[in-house]
Design a protein around this ligand. Sequence first.
Ligand SMILES: Cc1cc2nc3c(=O)[nH]c(=O)nc-3n(C[C@H](O)[C@H](O)[C@H](O)COP(=O)(O)O)c2cc1C
Length: 296
Amino acid sequence: MRLETTLSKKLGLKYPFVAAPMFLISNKEMLLASAEAGILGCMPSLNARTPQAFRDDLAWVRARTDKPIGINLTIGLTPPERIEQDLSTCLEFDVPVIVTSYGNPTEVVKRVHEKGRLVFHDVISLHHGKKAVGAGVDAIIAVGAGAGGHAGRISPFVLVPWLAEELKVPIIAAGCISDGRQVVASLSLGAQLCYLGTRFIASSECGASDAYKQMVVSSGPEDVVYTDVVSGIHANFLKATVPENFSADRSPEGAKRWKDIWSAGQGVGLVHAVKPIGAIVEDLAREAHDTFSALG
Ligand SMILES: Cc1cc2nc3c(=O)[nH]c(=O)nc-3n(C[C@H](O)[C@H](O)[C@H](O)COP(=O)(O)O)c2cc1C
């Protein structure tokens, strides 16, 4: 059985996996290592402090590989001028995939499609999925319950096949995928790509601190709390890093707290070691093939 889908082939990926964008901790090293491993690495443009630093990051990656990469524009949470600058830089560097989140992707879709490139948009509900499809996005990222970062409440077991039935665009499964068995499960539910964040926190290349990576490795799903106290939007965090009696902060400053309060999803339970991205990807592929064989 080949680990391949229509969308992974269209993107020229070796495997149908995405290293999902993570605020503060995804970096250019992850983009490069993912590209070299044959998967799509993604980074929020905002992880570069300034538009110039973002341009430097893309130039650094492009000097080393011409394989596909993805850039996340957090449209609803970022000043429009910054989005505009970063989008122009992406188009200049011919970034093949733009991942939009937290807002209306209509304008981004127009600009990206003019260049013949793709937009993936992440959602936690059918309502927002329909809006994004109306805006013309090329694929929907279905972010299920238990995902790292901002997550919904619908189990991925339902969200992925449900959105695949309801929306006539490719669906990308996100939330709690940490090993190859879950890759096979996601593909069987109709996903075209598997979108993994938490698994890649525990990668050598990730910008998270060693303590953060070790906490991901040693935690189980019961150590994860789903709360809106950090930024006003429900997200999953490592419980031990959320101070007691922490009060909701709905200002943009709230987002800065992600530096000290570490996000991760329930998939921590199946993350057992910090490894280079190349090794994680080969583990996922081997485990998926073993699962296919065991199923017969
Ligand atoms: C620490 C952390 C930060 C994240 N930051 C972002 C972000 O800036 N933009 C975004 O679209 N998604 C963000 N996410 C969500 C991921 O892109 C992805 O949807 C999620 O990690 C998938 O679930 P998993 O962690 O269970 O694999 C973040 C996730 C984590 C764990």
